[in-house]
Design a binder for this molecule. Structure first.
Ligand SMILES: [Zn+2]
Length: 341
């Protein structure tokens, strides 16, 4: 199959975007390019950050992708044999008319998209762009159907997905990347500085338990800043948080709190929470957490520190959380992410 001449550009752009923690965390985000009837889209479970070192793009026939959407089929056949699956969001990429589509979990966008209030301010900042705001939809087919209804009536280059992230469409990789940066610049929010973490206390707490400190010290900010902590423990802000860390985040109070948490998990037969917040000290994460989990702790700190104290937060409903936890396509993505070399 003939590869698009600018597939190299897509790889370079995707890797750049994927390495920027303010735009993409872990296995999140995806990108694509269309040529003739073929859509080259990120494979499920792969990381944008790996786009230059690994073959993360798979070819899909556009007509097949659109037909799969019409019959509510989440699994879209590849145009060439391969072991990977196309991204969960392939239908969305196929529906948008733009040659290049880029979906990111940009932290400023998410901070706005997880609020019920300040809609006028939000709209004013995006003035001049052809943009649209979508309510929350479960990723995959429900989201693609909602996007399909919009693109059937109007051309939009920027989609703000409530409690999820940002999708942009453009004719070139360069323009798509620039548009993401433009939106993030317009939506830029001041970052609240968090009190220092108590790393020594956290290390003592984790000793002899299945938990450790996260590698990114920024993860602690969610636990040391009271407002960020209240937001983070109040519910789940976006899908990848639920997929990789579970709903919300528990807080624990010292060694007794951790012992209780572990005992409760054992009694219930369920795994202990992937991560927890220790108020005033920092965040801890399980030793066996998947590589996709820790970037979600970083993301949470980056998003919550940008939410103003006056923000009215909108959380995913428990029904949406359950849909994410019981989702077959997501289990596949997690398995691949867990085996990332
Ligand atoms: Zn997403």
């Amino acid at each position: 199959m003939r590869e698009p001449t600018d597939l190299l550009q897509l790889r370079a752009m995707s890797a750049r975007v994927g390495r920027n923690m303010l735009l993409v965390q872990g296995a999140g985000g995806n990108s694509s390019i269309k040529q003739d009837d073929v859509l080259w889209v990120k494979a499920s479970g792969t990381w944008l950050a790996d786009a230059e070192e690994k073959d993360i793009f798979v070819p899909v026939l556009l007509t097949a992708a659109r037909a799969a959407l019409a019959r509510d089929d989440e699994r879209i056949p590849l145009a060439a044999p391969g072991s990977l699956r196309a991204s969960i969001e392939t239908s969305l990429h196929a529906l948008l008319p733009h040659r290049v589509v880029l979906h990111v979990h940009a932290v400023n966008t998410i901070a706005w998209a997880a609020r019920r209030d300040a809609r006028d301010d939000f709209a004013a900042r995006l003035d001049g762009l052809t943009w649209c705001h979508l309510d929350y939809f479960h990723p995959g087919l429900p989201l693609a159907r909602a996007v399909g209804a919009i693109v059937a009536r109007e051309r939009v280059d920027v989609l703000i997905l409530a409690n999820h992230g940002l999708v942009v469409g453009a004719e070139t990789c360069e323009k798509a990347e620039a548009l993401v940066h433009d939106v993030e610049k317009r939506l830029a929010l001041p970052v609240r500085a968090a009190p220092a973490a108590g790393q020594a206390a956290l290390k003592r707490l984790c000793a002899g338990t299945p938990y450790r400190l996260p590698g990114d010290p920024g993860c602690h900010d969610t636990a040391t800043d009271p407002f960020s902590r209240a937001v983070a423990t109040g519910g789940s802000l976006y899908p990848d948080h639920v997929v990789f860390l579970g709903p919300g985040l528990p807080t624990i109070d010292g060694a007794d709190g951790l012992a209780t948490l572990l005992a409760r998990a054992e009694a219930s037969g369920l795994p202990a929470p992937v991560a927890a917040l220790v108020p005033g000290s920092g965040a801890i994460i399980r030793d066996d957490a998947s590589p996709g989990a820790e970037p979600m702790l970083s993301c949470l700190a980056l998003v919550t520190s940008r939410l103003p104290l006056s923000a009215e937060i909108s959380y995913l409903s428990s029904q949406h959380e359950q849909m994410l936890l019981n989702w077959d396509a997501e289990r596949y993505r997690q398995q691949l992410t867990a085996s990332r070399q």
